[in-house]
Each structure stands twice: as structure tokens, then as C-alpha cells.
Design a protein around this ligand. Structure first.
Ligand SMILES: CC(C)(COP(=O)(O)OP(=O)(O)OC[C@H]1O[C@@H](n2cnc3c(N)ncnc32)[C@H](O)[C@@H]1OP(=O)(O)O)[C@@H](O)C(=O)NCCC(=O)NCCS
Length: 339
């Protein structure tokens, strides 16, 4: 077995072939866990991410007898978290326990050290009621500790429009009328960018982080713009929904939904945050209800919204329950500090 570098952005025929096989391993491994409900990345999305400005990527394939049996991608944040490296790792279900996973991870950890970084994170996932221990045993066996467990859940769409409208405009808190919910598709007005940068940065400190060694992220208007642009370039449709505090004319909460071109019936609910000073006004609920309504109006083919939340994020999980989200599975982030 040998390890080869994968170049997702190259147009060379050999590079393209290797990349496509690398991608197929990723999908086969995720499909083995969640079936049709897998959340594999598409070629267009991987290429979009590689064109982005936020991370440096190193992609590796494990090749056995001319066949790609394993895939690994290493993402190193460039704007903040200088110690951190994020690993995505999978071995084809019919090529396991032959050392491919270990060989790729060892090479990734070597590269992480060489790049002067120390903290490596890797994910495992499994459906509700079923514990796929392949990833868990592997992670623990390689010195990783469970850092955070998130719950994956799904809301079926279309949902009851009247009920969503009631939730989106809920005024049962006295000053709810002081906030306005606004939405923008496939890009945001320039005037939102600075406020969104504050919200994104606060997302990295205010959302529960479990035991993970994550530092505050560093966001500005340009990063917000670039973060939306890579997703658009990757063929996604996306809506940003914000809560405006009318008394100071500032955005104090946001959420985002994205729909990939390759899976047009599934939306992903991304980050949601309400600034501490604006909490208690049911803005989390209003934002998410409005996002669901936006999807029903703009993309009527969407049949569900998938999201992940920390298992100790009781407030957000309560909001999800109120909206009709049903638990589907778990995702666990494992972490190792290299010595
Ligand atoms: C986790 C995964 C990448 C392992 O790949 P692999 O090539 O089978 O791993 P290796 O052959 O290098 O395994 C090395 C050691 O890890 C441990 N391990 C691997 N799979 C295991 C399992 N199902 N249960 C318990 N321990 C396991 C064992 O100690 C194994 O050594 P052994 O085979 O001599 O007992 C693969 O199972 C996979 O793709 N799983 C789904 C995706 C995933 O969970 N990725 C995140 C991994 S942290």
C-alpha cells in the first residue's frame, strides 16, 4: 500500500482520476453508516472548499494494488487557531483492518508536526440506536479522546406554514417587536457584513465547545464574504436569516441554511447564534422558523433540514424540538494533543 497526494483542483487526467476515486471512498464509507442519508461531500463542494481562503488543505489517498482504499483530508485554519488541524479520514468498508487508516493518520500527524501544529481533531458518526464502533475503536486506539458529542437531527419539510409563521413572528415576549427578522438568498447586503463578522466570531466562543481545545476565531467582513462565496461557487443555494435590534439598528442574531446542487431535496442548517445581550427574546426560534419558511418558498423540492448540535446545548435542542426536529444520530469529535 502506498500513500499519494491528491490534487482536487488539478485538471490533469491522472489527478482527476485519483481525486474521483478518493471521493468515492469517502461516499462509500459514509453510506455504510447512514445509507442514503449519508452526508458525503461532492466533488464540486470539495473543490469549492479548496479554493477558499480559510484553510490550507492536504489531501491523501491510500492506494492498494492500484485501487484507492482510503481517503484523508487535513485542514489547517489560516486565520486563527494556529495549533489546530482537522482531519477527515475514511477507509472503504471492504478494505479495513489492513492498516490503511493508521498509515494515513500517521502521515497526517507527521505533516501537522512539520507545520508547527499540535492539536488534531477527527470525527466519528453513527445513526441513533446503533453504535458503529469502527471509528471509535480506531480513534481511541490512536490516542484520541472524545472531546464533544453532537446530536444530528432532521426537520421534515414542507411543515405547517401557519405554525411556522406564528413561531417566526412570536411576540409573546414583551419586547419581541423590537427585533425584525430579515432574510437574504445567495449573498448578503454589504451593510450586513460587519455585523455578521461579529456574530461569526462570537459563534466560536459562545457555542458549546465540549472539551475541545478551540480558540476564538478571527472574522472580518472579507472573511464573511469569502465564506459565502466558496459555497456559492460550489453550487450551493444559501439563505442567511438575521435578527435586527431595531433600537440600535444592529444584527444581533443569525442562522444559515444551505442546499447543495447534488442533493437538492436536503438542506443543511448551519451556524445559529443570538448574542448574549439579545437572548431571552425567542430569536433562535424565530430565526430557524423563518429559515424553514424561506426554504419552503424558494426551494419547494426540499424535503428536510439536517443539523448538528452539541448534546449539552439544551436551549438549541429545545428550539429544535419545538420546530419538529427528530434525532437521527450522533457525531463525535475526537482530539489528540501531539507531543
Ligand atoms: C476508522 C477507519 C478509518 C479505520 O481504518 P482501517 O484501515 O480499518 O484502520 P487500521 O487497519 O489502520 O486499524 C488499526 C487499528 O485501529 C483499531 N481499530 C480499527 N477498526 C476497529 C474496530 N472496528 N474496532 C476496534 N478497533 C478498531 C485496531 O486497534 C486496529 O488494529 P488491528 O486491526 O491490528 O486490531 C475505518 O474503520 C473507517 O473508515 N470508519 C468510518 C469512518 C470513520 O469513522 N472515520 C473517522 C476515524 S477516527
Amino acid at each position: 500500500m502506498d500513500l499519494r497526494r491528491v490534487h482536487p483542483l488539478s485538471d490533469e487526467p491522472d489527478d482527476r482520476k485519483l481525486f474521483e476515486e478518493w471521493l468515492r471512498v469517502q461516499e462509500a464509507a459514509r453510506r455504510a453508516i447512514f445509507g442514503e442519508e449519508h452526508s458525503a461531500w461532492s466533488a464540486q463542494e470539495i473543490r469549492g472548499r479548496r479554493r477558499g481562503i480559510t484553510h490550507r488543505f492536504t489531501d491523501l489517498a491510500a492506494v492498494e494494488n492500484d485501487r484507492v482504499v482510503g481517503m484523508l483530508s487535513l485542514a489547517e485554519p489560516l486565520h486563527d487557531n494556529p495549533e489546530l488541524a482537522l482531519v477527515m479520514l475514511a477507509v472503504h468498508p471492504d478494505a479495513r483492518r489492513r492498516g490503511a487508516g493508521s498509515a494515513m493518520l500517521a502521515e497526517a500527524e507527521r505533516a501537522v508536526r512539520e507545520h508547527g501544529r499540535r492539536v488534531v481533531q477527527v470525527d466519528t458518526e453513527w445513526p441513533s440506536g446503533q453504535q458503529d464502533d469502527s471509528g471509535e475503536g480506531f480513534a481511541a486506539g490512536h490516542g484520541y479522546s472524545a472531546g464533544q458529542t453532537t446530536i444530528r437531527s432532521r426537520m421534515a419539510l414542507p411543515a405547517d406554514r401557519h405554525q411556522l409563521q406564528t413561531l417566526a413572528t412570536s411576540t409573546d415576549v414583551e419586547d419581541a417587536a423590537a427585533f425584525e427578522i430579515e432574510a437574504s438568498w445567495d449573498g448578503v447586503p454589504e451593510a450586513w457584513l460587519d455585523d455578521l463578522a461579529v456574530l461569526e466570531q462570537r459563534m466560536s466562543t459562545d457555542a458549546p465547545q465540549g472539551d475541545l481545545q478551540l480558540e476564538e476565531e478571527d472574522w472580518d467582513a472579507e472573511r464573511v464574504r469569502a465564506d459565502l462565496q466558496w459555497a456559492l461557487d460550489a453550487g450551493r443555494r444559501l439563505a442567511v436569516v438575521v435578527a435586527r435590534d431595531l433600537s440600535v439598528d444592529r444584527l444581533v442574531g443569525f442562522t444559515q441554511v444551505q442546499v447543495s446542487a447534488e442533493s437538492p431535496t436536503l438542506a443543511y442548517q448551519q451556524d445559529t447564534l443570538v448574542l448574549r445581550e439579545a437572548r431571552g427574546n425567542r430569536l433562535g426560534l424565530r430565526l430557524k422558523a423563518r429559515a424553514a419558511l424561506e426554504l419552503m418558498d424558494e426551494l419547494p423540492d426540499v424535503r428536510g433540514v439536517r443539523t448538528w448540535n452539541a448534546d449539552d446545548n439544551t436551549h438549541m435542542l429545545a428550539v429544535n424540538a419545538e420546530l419538529g426536529y427528530v434525532q437521527e444520530g450522533h457525531l463525535r469529535v475526537w482530539e489528540k494533543r501531539l507531543t
